[in-house]
Design a protein around this ligand. Structure first.
Ligand code: ZN
Length: 185
């Protein structure tokens, strides 16, 4: 009188995806959805770097990083003492990480590295511009500056800022893309 259930094959559940893998899968689905909703819809084989750039600009509306405009009194201020009306954007670090994941996903889905729209020079250029722009607007140096003779307290300050930058970048990657699911309706 064995129940039929007992004869069901006991399959081990698939191992859970790593944080990176599940994020990559979500990003890829979001991008494919974006192409599908594009008017006219764009197939993956016709997707080029312009669509990728449009996608990145489209994501800015979901950003959580304050990027001060030139006219703002807090332009270049790393920790403004008061709120301002400047727009929120996707942090450069988030976009950079996103492009890395999508570039990998594209090739995992059969795309050729030669035509990978995420790997082109235009994307690298765009990311560099975003990085420079956000670095200036937020008063956060993302890259090492040329060595100069500096007073001791200036060097100390630089070290502190550098520490903040690292924390900020990590935080930025973790946070903004949690909300990706919300706009795929
Ligand atoms: Zn501002």
């Amino acid at each position: 009188m064995a129940s039929t259930e007992s004869s069901a094959p006991q399959q081990a559940p698939p191992p859970p995806l790593s944080r990176y893998e599940s994020q990559k899968r979500r990003d890829w689905n979001t991008f494919c959805q974006y192409l599908k909703n594009h008017s006219p819809p764009v197939s993956l084989s016709h997707c080029n770097f312009n669509h990728v750039l449009d996608f990145l600009r489209y994501l800015d509306q979901f950003g959580k990083t304050k990027v001060h405009l030139h006219a703002c009194i807090f332009f270049g201020h790393p920790s403004p003492p008061a709120p301002c009306a400047c727009p929120l954007r996707q942090a450069w670090g988030s976009l950079d990480a996103l492009i890395g994941r999508l570039r990998a996903a594209y090739e995992e889905h059969g795309g050729s590295p030669d035509t990978n729209p995420f790997g082109g020079g235009a994307i690298r250029l765009y990311l560099r511009e975003v990085k420079d722009c956000q670095s200036k607007a937020r008063g956060i140096p993302y890259k090492k500056k040329k060595k100069k003779k500096q007073q001791h307290h200036l060097q100390l300050r630089k070290t502190q800022i550098k520490g903040n930058t690292t924390a900020d970048a990590t935080d930025a990657i973790a946070k903004p893309f949690k909300d990706f699911g919300q706009f795929t309706s």
